[in-house]
Design a protein around this ligand. Structure first.
Ligand code: PLP
Length: 388
């Protein structure tokens, strides 16, 4: 299998696996059972991971909370802010290129009286910072805008977004799931109020993530989503998955932005453009995460392409909406036609992707596209100029 679906999930790093295994085997204590040694060891593992996450973001340990991943964090933040800030207002600002977790929560809250402003985007998914500032009102309780897009890799100017929100005294929540581990971040320098990340995107285990909530003189109040025991000071109940949290700590500690992925991605894209006619790359001239490439193969349906490439793991749209026959909501929001969105494929590389794999992938793609197009009446019409 040529695995080019690392934005969906990544293979666990052996160092991470080695770190987490003892907490499933000999050190299996409950981190809340600190009356005995096994419990205290588990508790120490949680606190070590908290430190590792905090130091990678350059924030305080107390500002880190563990979750089951970014979907939970997104639900917690948007619903929890909405519940607690109703005296200020019910207005939330976001954009239609966000992850479905954000958009679905916003849709749910609209039914409960929230007013959502969706900022406009250009063809690369970029927002207009002045439009953002103008959209912030006295009753705006939250701005929720991601750091890097999961489908295109497009990087938003999070520092500027954070400053615009700070100027208007509005909370800024940044979904950094696809950014952390790929780009450097220093939250001592960037005034983001709340940020989430997920371990399985950075060679860590699935089902665990972290939420950063800044300690401010005017404390940020988020109503907990999952209540039960007193874990995370009552902010997130439930027995700690110690192995997963220890794995997250290690994964974030060893995650380093890589320049070689960038070079491989650029090589792959140049070869595609050269060898396969009528292809184009989304956000090519924009700042993107180094590992991600979303490519339009004109009039080659991604569903058909994938059936013809059983030995390749690639994606049309995000994993969370696979099975969904609608075109990518991200590409649609960027202004692309349904037909183009249906003919786009995301390739996402990892630190382990090598040139030999990409060369094999290029050969397979070349012949699959040729085969599909040679049998396609739509492609013939397009070539004769009868179709856009
Ligand atoms: N946000 C973004 C940008 C993502 O890419 C993903 C995962 O695909 C999520 C949120 C959801 O993360 P998790 O799988 O940790 O729930």
């Amino acid at each position: 299998m040529i695995y080019l679906d690392n934005n969906a999930t990544t293979k666990i790093d052996p160092e991470v696996l080695e770190t987490l295994l003892p907490y499933l085997q000999e050190q299996y204590g409950n981190a809340s059972s600190i009356q005995h040694r096994l419990g205290r060891e588990a508790n120490a593992a949680i606190e070590k991971a908290r430190q590792q996450v905090a130091s990678s973001l350059n924030v305080k340990d107390k500002e880190i909370f563990f979750t089951s991943g970014s979907t939970e964090a997104i639900n917690t933040v948007i619903k929890g802010v909405f519940d607690n800030y109703q005296r200020k207002g019910k207005h939330i600002i976001t954009v239609k290129t966000e992850h479905k977790a954000v958009l679905t929560v916003c849709e749910q809250l609209e039914k409960q009286g929230a007013e959502i402003t969706y900022l406009s985007t250009d063809a690369s998914g970029a927002i207009d910072l002045d439009e953002l500032s103008e959209s912030i009102r006295p009753d705006t309780i939250l701005v929720t805008l991601m750091a890097a897009n999961n489908e295109t890799g497009f990087i938003h100017p999070i520092e500027h977004i954070a400053m615009r929100c700070q100027e208007k005294d509005t909370l800024y929540f940044c979904d950094a799931t696809q950014y952390i581990g790929k780009e450097k971040i220093d939250l001592a320098q960037i005034p983001i109020d709340i940020l989430c990340l997920s371990a399985h995107k950075i060679h860590g285990p699935k089902g665990v993530g972290a939420l950063f909530i800044r300690r401010k003189s005017k404390p940020i109040q988020i109503e907990p989503l999952i209540v039960g025991g007193k874990q995370e000071h009552g902010f997130r109940g439930g027995t700690y998955p110690v192995h997963a949290i220890a794995g997250l700590g290690k994964a974030i500690e060893i995650a380093t932005p890589s320049t070689s992925i960038n070079e491989l991605r650029d090589y792959f894209e140049a070869q595609i453009i050269q060898r396969i006619p009528e292809t184009s790359i989304y956000c090519k001239e924009q700042l993107r995460t180094a590992n991600c490439s979303n490519i339009l193969f004109k009039h080659v349906r991604s569903s058909e392409l994938m059936v013809n490439l059983p030995e390749m793991a690639i994606a049309s749209g995000s994993a969370c909406v696979s099975g969904d026959r609608n075109p990518s909501h991200v590409l649609k929001a960027m202004g692309y036609a349904d037909e183009d969105a249906f003919c786009s494929i995301r390739f996402s590389l990892s630190k382990w992707t090598n040139k030999e794999e990409l060369d094999r992938a290029l050969l397979l793609l070349e012949s699959a596209c040729e085969k599909i197009r040679s049998q396609s009446p739509i492609w013939s019409m397009y070539q004769s100029g009868l179709l856009d």
